[in-house]
Write a protein that binds this ligand. Structure first.
Ligand code: G6P
Length: 476
């Protein structure tokens, strides 16, 4: 096996699920990474290395939907140490502004190092001479350097899908220097926003002592590393097309009907994660009913919470908190056939998501911190009639582009209440003006443009004379 393009991500695009009868099914894995990378994978016959979930060992490479997949197994101890521990108990909260308290455990770090090493070795063993390897996200920050040591001929790119924190927070990490050096193994380190890239360069200067100039880092061996922002996007045309299919249009009407044809539907769709600000947003909505500004006869809040990282304690606590809150709000404010909040703890296929986006009048996306937030962009892509309102946290990366949303500070409950109410009461003319502008932005900057710009940049900064060129993804 040998590949000119290798994608390395903690997860494969599909999860391996063993059904009660012992048979095996592959399901799309959580998160937005897959749809983002798929087009460039297809254009280059790439191979994807990643974990398919679970503890199954010795899995064979296979093909799914035309993609070459190379599953990496993890032991229970690695799941606990590398995945639930260091990735999601240390790095995730640390990189998201300490929304929860990160824990620092040396055993977790050891496990993170050994899993990163295994991923790097696997990539090194299948990449062809001069191939491009694109490493993704916070679970694999040591892979670029480990890989470079094994295979100096490769062109290596790294992309961080989550925020990169300011130095003041990052330096809490006992292994801060190792992480920075791990990332510096790449030729190009990509971030969602310019702020993340600037935080990284500043930390490299302060903590590793390399010379830097603007977005460049000069290493003692003569190599140059570039750190820059590449805000990720979605397959906008694909979502738009989906929203216009008869099945989705019908389903969207059926959803409104099933909710009792309220005047306005509010919608939240998030992985059940404490960074997403679900609790505060539901409280804000409930208070608007209590204050008499909204009535359950006219308005309902549909909240979809996608199960996530359920073995991590913080996520269990959050689930219980939200269950209790929804129960209390509906108990206090709902009427027969008219809950204030319609709550679903599940994940839906793309078609159902598109139908929900089409049915919703006000999309509420209020994370305390978020790398980008693709749900906000998907909603905009599905509003084919240029209507609907987006209430969006200032602290989501998407807020940099979607300036015409109602931007809110999720820590300011009264501010959120005002924005929700304004969006609820706004006139069609205002909605159209805002949505049109946002749709233009999304159409112009879609995921193919994102992958192309990263790949083009990687091609131009790479030092390696052996490296082969990578073809851009075709637009759908
Ligand atoms: C975020 C991360 C991804 C991750 C996804 C789902 O989008 O940036 O790297 O895969 O969440 O989380 P999970 O822990 O289930 O992989």
């Amino acid at each position: 096996m040998s590949a000119d393009l290798v994608i390395v991500a903690n997860r494969l695009p599909v999860d391996r699920v063993t059904l009660p009868d012992g048979s095996v099914e592959w399901r799309p894995s959580p998160g937005g990474l897959v749809s983002a990378i798929e087009p460039v994978m297809r254009a280059n016959d790439g191979t994807w290395i990643g974990w398919p979930g679970g503890t199954e060992q010795d899995l064979e490479p296979f093909e799914a939907d035309g993609l070459q997949l190379l599953p990496m197994s993890m032991t229970q101890a690695e799941i606990e140490g590398h995945y639930e521990g260091f990735s999601n108990g240390t790095l995730w909260p640390l990189y998201h502004d300490l929304v929860a308290k990160p824990e620092f455990h040396r055993e977790w770090w050891d496990s993170y190092v050994s899993v990163n090493k295994r991923f790097a070795e696997k990539a090194a063993s299948i990449a062809s001479e001069g191939a491009t390897v694109w490493v993704h996200d916070y679970q694999l920050q040591l892979v670029p350097q480990m890989l470079r040591e094994l295979r100096p001929d490769l062109r290596i790119g790294f992309y961080l899908h989550i925020p990169f924190p300011p130095a003041e927070l990052f330096q809490q990490l006992p292994w801060r220097r190792q992480i920075l050096e791990g990332l510096l193994g790449a030729d190009l380190v990509g971030f969602q926003l310019p702020g993340g890239a600037a935080n990284f360069v500043r930390l490299v200067r302060q903590r590793v002592g390399h010379k830097t100039h603007r977005d460049l880092v000069y290493l003692p061996d003569g190599r140059t590393v570039r750190a820059a922002a590449f805000p990720i996007s979605i397959d906008a045309a694909g979502f738009e097309k989906l929203a216009l299919t008869e099945a989705v249009v019908d389903r969207s009407k059926a959803i409104r009907e099933a909710l009792g044809n309220p005047r306005k539907i509010f919608l939240g769709i998030d992985r059940l994660d404490y960074t997403k600000g679900i609790y505060a947003r539901l409280r804000a909505f409930a208070e608007l009913i209590e204050d008499g500004h909204l009535d359950v006869e006219d308005a309902v809040f549909v909240q979809v919470a996608v199960p996530s990282r359920e073995q991590v304690e913080q996520y269990r606590i959050l689930r219980d908190d939200i269950d209790r809150l929804v129960g209390r709000i509906n108990g206090d404010l709902g009427r027969i056939g008219r809950p204030a909040i319609a709550y679903f703890h599940t994940s839906y296929p793309r078609e159902e998501m598109a139908a929900l986006y089409s049915a919703a009048d006000i999309m509420v996306v209020t994370p305390y911190r978020d790398g980008m937030n693709l749900v906000a962009k998907e909603y905009v892509a599905c509003r084919t009639e240029d209507d609907g309102a987006l209430v969006l946290s200032e602290f989501a990366g998407a807020a940099d582009e979607l300036r015409q949303a109602w931007l809110v500070n999720p820590y300011d409950l009264n501010g959120m209440k005002s924005a929700l109410l304004e969006a609820y009461r706004s006139e069609d003319k205002d909605l159209t003006r805002r949505m049109r502008a946002m749709r233009k932005t999304i159409r112009h900057h879609d995921v193919a443009a994102w992958a192309d710009s990263f790949m083009t940049e990687l091609g131009s900064v790479s030092h390696s004379s052996h490296a082969k060129a990578v073809r851009p993804a075709k637009r759908s």
